[in-house]
Design a protein around this ligand. Structure first.
Ligand SMILES: C[S@@+](CC[C@H](N)C(=O)[O-])C[C@H]1O[C@@H](n2cnc3c(N)ncnc32)[C@H](O)[C@@H]1O
Length: 289
């Protein structure tokens, strides 16, 4: 929802904008275009080292690289540290476009796409933390089932967890994307109109678990009023109900925010036609009092 993000965020004429999920830089580019000429700063953050490496390459080779953009390898939870590196204390806006980028989905070594086999990793930052296959080996059947239920809202979580643990005991542990997809196919009955792949909810759950996605979102929303300037805006695009619920509750329950979107905004028909992955996107915007 790039057009909507830019419209909502730029309405208050911010100068220091944090794009907490830089990814391919699409939002950041549009925000830079809308800043007054030669003024302002966009600070991009991404946990994926491939993103900061790509931007470093662009900076080194592209003579027209916009000097008003700085990209850090960091979680958006670390925004105050990034601001401090630039001698700033507050930002005028924060944009979060949660989930994964199309580059990450396409890279078979990351394990995000269950249509191509590869190691079951699922980390946004493959240099830190625990890959999903090791996470499964380190947790017992109940913990695995609880995570799949809680973070994937998967009704067949117990069955899947039992199969994961049985496989490790009887043959060898789940190592690859295909190992887990095969288990999900066996344990999850096909959805009525075949619109959801049987592994969708399980992969979502493990991705959330290994990246602590909900914890980071909750902590950042609670902390953001401290470093978003009065009148500044926070726009969050989420892709599933667990994230959206966290955003909705954080905005509603904290007096620091004026909620500008009573209901979440949805992508246009045109955007969904051009980018089917956007169909579950929901955007909420709040303004710092
Ligand atoms: C949907 S993509 C963003 C796409 C971006 N808005 C664009 O226009 O290209 C989400 C990005 O957020 C990153 N990400 C996920 N969790 C993060 C976190 N806690 N902190 C920083 N980046 C994160 C992912 O690595 C991914 O690159």
């Amino acid at each position: 929802m790039p057009d909507e993000v830019v419209e909502w965020v730029m309405e208050t004429s911010p100068l220091v904008i944090v794009d907490g999920t830089y990814g391919g830089g699409g939002h950041a580019r549009r925000l830079l275009e809308r800043l007054p000429s030669g003024e302002g700063h966009v600070i991009g953050l991404d946990r994926d080292p491939a993103v900061s490496q790509r931007v470093e390459g662009e900076e080194a080779t592209n003579p027209s690289f916009d000097s008003r953009l700085t990209v850090f390898l960091a979680s958006y939870e670390q925004t105050p540290k990034a601001l401090a590196r630039l001698n700033l204390e507050q930002a005028d806006a924060l944009v979060l476009d949660l989930g994964l980028s199309s580059d990450q989905l396409a890279d078979r070594n990351r394990g995000f796409s269950f249509t191509q086999d590869g190691p079951l990793d699922l980390r946004f930052d493959p240099e830190n933390g625990t890959p999903a296959n090791r996470w499964l080996a380190q947790h017992d059947e109940k913990q695995i089932a609880d995570a799949i239920y809680q973070y994937g809202e998967e009704r067949f979580s117990r069955r899947i967890a039992r199969a994961i643990v049985a496989r490790a005991r009887e043959r060898r542990p789940v190592e690859s994307v295909n190992d887990l997809v095969e288990i999900c196919r066996r344990c999850v009955p096909r959805s009525r109109n075949h619109d959801i792949h049987p592994a969708t909810r399980t992969f979502q759950a493990l991705r959330i678990a290994v990246n602590d996605e909900l914890g980071i979102l909750e902590r950042t929303l609670a902390d953001a009023p401290r470093w978003i300037a009065a009148g500044g805006r926070l726009a969050v695009i989420s892709f599933h109900s667990l994230e959206d619920r966290i955003v909705k509750t954080a905005f509603r329950d904290d007096d620091a925010w004026d909620v500008l979107t009573k209901k979440p905004l949805r992508p246009s028909e045109l955007e969904i036609a051009n980018n089917p992955r956007s169909r579950s996107a929901k955007m909420r915007v709040a303004q710092r009092r």
